[in-house]
Design a protein around this ligand. Sequence first.
Ligand SMILES: NC(=O)c1ccc[n+]([C@@H]2O[C@H](COP(=O)([O-])OP(=O)(O)OC[C@H]3O[C@@H](n4cnc5c(N)ncnc54)[C@H](OP(=O)(O)O)[C@@H]3O)[C@@H](O)[C@H]2O)c1
Length: 433
Amino acid sequence: MAHAPRLDEEDGAGVGLERVTNVAEGGAVGKDRLPVCAGAREQLPVADEGTGERPPGQRHDPPAALGAVAEFEGFAERSVQTVDQGQTRFGKLNAHVSSGHVVRVARNLRSHRLGEENRATKRERKLLVAGIEQWGGAVRMLELAGPRAPRAGEVLIEVKAAGVGNWDDIARAGNWDLGRTAPVALGVEAAGVVAAVGSAVETWSAGDEVLTHPLPLVDQGTWAPWLIARAADLARKPTAVSWTVAGAFPVPALTAVQALNDALGVGRGDQLLVNGAGGVTGGLAVSLAVLRGARVLATAGPSSRERVLAAGAATVVDYHDADWPEQIIEATGGRGVDGAVNAARGGEAGALRAVRDDGRLATITSDPPELERGIASRSVYVRPDATQLEFAAAELGAGRLEFAVGARFPLAEAGAALVRAVAGRGGAVALEM
Ligand SMILES: NC(=O)c1ccc[n+]([C@@H]2O[C@H](COP(=O)([O-])OP(=O)(O)OC[C@H]3O[C@@H](n4cnc5c(N)ncnc54)[C@H](OP(=O)(O)O)[C@@H]3O)[C@@H](O)[C@H]2O)c1
């Protein structure tokens, strides 16, 4: 895989990336190698698209077309000049090549009239994202600046899919510090293709397929076509995992891993309760705990029961039964579980009841119960961890985890996607770019 062009920090502003060619490494990109193709649509005016003949005044061949085959990976540029209604224009055409094809073409067209040049440049540096104007505001499409070029330790990702969870509503309300001020694109998980890397990034190259939980946000959230993220927060996307699934996976996966590993230290032979196993995070906790050799007892409603059993739970009880904690204790021979993950809002007290004396409880619902009988409790708040994410993604790619996307929406319908996620029925929710 060719290395992406490295961009110095001062190269930064705008999507145009005009200076990429000047700093490209090892001949991986170059203006002479930008594919030329008649029939291009998203480009400078071409008089005769059918024949590819040059329009009057155009000195160069028609520039790159979406989908054209290219010999390199990453960004490249080409100089162009046209005469349009007597006005001479010149500029740069930038193409992004991924997997051997041009996937994006942008132009930075200047004219001799300064006002026009400024307007053209400004237009190119806008990004249509889904987010909020102020904390607590409704989700809608916003035009924000960017994306800029990645700085040291950062990568620019072309987002393919992004997850939507009930936690995004906590962020929308201003109760989760994302590290940015509004207006801001929401979204804290995504999957996509690395488009360019900043200096001091050794691990990733243009064209790499990745997923990430990129908090605190470097620039904007993930509900956007482009994302700047720290290279250290990326994990490799297995090819067997679809973009949509990979985009919605990082937050529930990291939360489940961190509850089992960091908070409970679940090991072989432990008896573990997962309360809320019918949910996205709870379902992952079941399969991950089974992989660690635990005997899993779970709560789920009737419609999720079979799925939770298929994920490897030894016993599933219906949380609608008032005595479900006692049913769990009975299933452990009267002793109670060694540890419990509570992944159901309001389910902390019930989960605690099922834990044996001196056992452990991890809750992900921010509402730890009053402790009793020597039980230790931890509240888990998801945090980025590339190693944990890569491990979980590999297990998902190998088909060893239970995880499904129940609803997918286009970016423009992010508000409806959030409503669906908050309702919390039927799997994860994803935005597809
Ligand atoms: N702390 C963190 O970092 C973090 C990270 C991720 C999520 N969370 C939180 O964890 C909770 C779960 O989120 P999620 O997205 O994984 O869940 P979800 O997919 O929205 O879970 C919904 C499912 O939970 C089950 N459920 C509902 N009420 C229940 C109850 N009283 N007892 C047991 N199960 C019940 C239902 O499944 P069935 O009826 O089909 O069984 C429902 O379909 C949310 O409060 C979320 O905000 C926290």
